[in-house]
Write a protein that binds this ligand. Structure first.
Ligand SMILES: Nc1ncnc2c1ncn2[C@@H]1O[C@H](COP(=O)(O)OP(=O)(O)OP(=O)(O)O)[C@@H](O)[C@H]1O
Length: 636
């Protein structure tokens, strides 16, 4: 039974200028194992077209090509890939070795598409290279070999999967006489092993070497000549299952290719690092500055206390005063634990030893103050006590501001009497504490009320300090207070707004930094696209060896994945280093880590980097996978 039977094979090409070119015009022929068939014919006679069809690379034909009783016409693209993997070995005139792989790796490509264990794959590849006389050059690259040596590697590669048919397209076309003889001897040996060798040739020397000569002229098989009987060895075919190259093999191949193109890949990686680094740095700084503001402002204020004032209609002092009914309303709000009256003045004067200092802020002591805001002493909860800020204390005693504790200062405060006339209240108060807040002083409500009473004035609360039971309820209470037509005052109430601005700014900057990421993505697209162009031949070779479209896609995706992973993780590492540097550099004047690179940002940055590089690989890898193997192989 013939290993390959061809019935009524016809093939026409669609011409660009219109019309059809009939190349094969009804070929009927069959080939047996152990034959070394030479296909002779004029240039343009359709030999390569014929070979591509029997190799399962071209399925646009009419008629039938039957391999071991299986009609190629009925096979899907995947089945044709498998047919090539298991049954066809290719030898080309221009060798078509993959330049960035060693000769051992070139032979291993086909074996990686089998289920042989890795060790056996290596053993087979080495044995075959030994057989073609290259056992000493396993680690050499194709450009380190002579033409004859390259063709011997190609023969070893063609034999790797122990195929039934070896297709050799002008196998000696690029070789001198001595190398030609060597290659022909090897091909004869292969036929002796019981395989079918079909060699396309113009050379009579090649034809004379074979067992049979078939002549193709103008699309017709016009002569079929037997020179010797076919070899009758029954082949002992290796038992294996073939498979796609798969992710790991394409990943390794991609790595080797990248090592080969270190320059352009290093540039992409550098671009990507800059992108990821800047995005992460902006996010870290945004978060750090936010945290710093929280720490500085909220850290000195009680987060569960809010200051409430009336909405000011005009400058009428009586209209802003908080009275008993306001206190009741506040107390009625759910989650409010405590309401206290407070008095606010934009400035007060504190005099010590004839030195009069004006503060820029005064509020009676209340629950919104935190004890940690005190740098020394205690809160001024008692009558006729005062706390002054550290900078104030320094004005009186530069060397030892804390020594002011226990001393008496004169405290002046401007207010209005019951007839709205300005009145200056004054009293000698004992300093009981020093606080951190700048240019400020505070005394208890009782103290200020008593000073007012001394002038016949009934002190009115300018604000109420409302303390909420739990931090989680602050927002709800704030909303209720606002709904009741009061307003929230104090730095604490502005915290959200400030933080929103800082966040917005950091996102904006991160977005701008993201543009450099986009540039890296464009670089990846360009490099991969150029890669598809430059690697068209390699894609053709891999397809001829039986690699599937998915394998080709995976090859380009792997490269992008490696690039993305490298630049993203290196970018994150550089960003981490930069935040450490920034925090160390700023620690001298800010006791806070101003750059916060949290794990969430790192995960975000690395994921975005990898995603961007994978998206960039979509179009080029799709283009590579769709390349027609015949066209890809014919590229010079
Ligand atoms: N893709 C194609 N589109 C149109 N015409 C084609 C295409 N490929 C080949 N041809 C034409 O088909 C004919 C047969 O080409 P083929 O390559 O099979 O010939 P050949 O016998 O192998 O030639 P050579 O010995 O010079 O390699 C030629 O005239 C060629 O120009």
């Amino acid at each position: 039974m013939p290993v390959l039977a061809i019935h009524q094979l016809q093939k026409s090409y669609q011409l660009a200028e219109g019309g059809q070119l009939a190349v094969l015009k009804g070929i009927n022929v069959s080939f047996d194992r152990g034959d070394f068939v030479s296909i002779l014919g004029e240039s343009g006679g359709g030999k390569t077209t014929f070979m591509n069809i029997i190799a399962g690379l071209d399925s646009q034909y009419s008629g039938n090509v039957v391999f071991n009783n299986h009609d190629l016409r009925t096979m899907t693209t995947k089945q044709l890939d498998q047919y090539r993997r298991e049954n066809i070995g290719f030898i080309f005139q221009s060798f078509n070795l993959i330049s960035h792989l060693t000769i051992l790796e070139n032979v291993l490509v086909g074996l990686e598409m089998t289920d042989f264990p890795k060790s056996q794959q290596l053993e087979i590849a080495k044995r075959l290279l030994q057989r073609v006389g290259l056992g000493q050059k396993l680690k050499a690259y194709p450009n380190q070999l002579s033409g004859g040596q390259k063709q011997r590697v190609a023969i070893a590669r063609a034999l790797a999967n122990d195929p039934d048919i070896i297709i050799a397209d002008e196998p000696t076309g690029a070789l001198d006489a001595a190398n030609t003889t060597e290659i022909l001897e090897l091909l004869e040996e292969i036929a002796k092993d019981g395989k079918l060798v079909i060699a396309v040739t113009h050379s009579q020397t090649v034809a004379d070497y074979g067992t049979r000569v078939v002549h193709l002229d103008n699309g017709i098989l016009d002569r079929d000549e037997r020179l010797k009987p076919a070899f009758t060895t029954t082949p002992n075919k290796l038992a294996y299952h073939s498979k796609q190259l798969g992710f790991m093999a394409t990943f390794h191949m991609a790595l080797k290719h990248m090592r080969h193109n270190l320059g352009s890949n290093a540039l992409i990686i550098f671009g990507g690092i800059v992108g990821i680094f800047s995005v992460l740095l902006m996010l870290s700084l945004g978060s750090g500055v936010n945290g710093f503001i929280q720490h500085e402002i909220a850290g000195n204020l009680n987060p569960t206390s809010i200051s409430v004032t009336k909405k000011v209609k005009d400058n009428d002092i009586s209209s802003i005063a908080m009275n008993q009914s306001d206190i009741k309303k506040m107390r009625a709000i759910k989650h409010v634990a405590h309401v206290e009256k407070a008095y606010y003045a934009p400035s007060v004067q504190v005099k010590y030893h004839q030195k009069n200092v004006t503060t820029s802020y005064f509020q009676t002591q209340n629950r919104s103050f935190l004890t940690k805001n005190l740098s020394a002493g205690r809160n001024a909860t008692g009558l006729n006590e005062i706390i002054i800020s550290k900078d104030l204390a320094k004005k009186y005693s530069n060397q030892a501001p804390k020594s002011m504790i226990g001393r008496h200062v004169t405290f002046y405060i401007n207010t209005y009497d019951n007839q709205h006339r300005p009145v200056l209240l004054s009293r000698s108060l004992k300093v009981v504490g020093i606080m951190k807040t700048a240019k400020s002083a505070t005394a208890s409500w009782a103290t200020v009320a008593s000073m007012a009473r001394a002038k016949g004035i009934n002190l009115k609360a300018s604000l109420l300090v409302v303390t909420i039971d739990r931090l989680a309820n602050v927002k709800t209470v704030q909303n209720k207070v606002k709904a009741a037509h009061y307003q929230l005052t104090g730095v604490g109430s502005m915290l959200d707004t400030i933080n929103n601005y800082v966040k917005l700014a950091s996102y904006l900057l991160a977005g701008i930094a993201g543009i450099s990421l986009l540039v890296s993505a464009i670089m990846i697209i360009v490099v991969l696209y150029i890669g598809v162009g430059a690697r068209t031949k390699e894609i053709g070779i891999l397809r001829a060896l039986g690699a599937s479209r998915a394998d080709i896609r995976s090859l380009f995706f792997s490269e992008s994945l490696i690039l993305g992973t490298l630049f993203s993780s290196l970018g994150a590492l550089v960003a981490w280093g930069a935040t450490l540097g920034i925090n160390a550099a700023s620690s001298g004047f800010v006791h806070y880590d101003i750059a916060h690179l949290n794990i969430g940002f790192v995960v975000f940055g690395v994921t975005v980097g990898i995603l961007i590089s994978l998206i960039a690989a979509l179009a080029p890898s799709w283009k590579a996978a769709r390349l027609d193997p015949v066209t890809a192989l014919s590229v010079e």
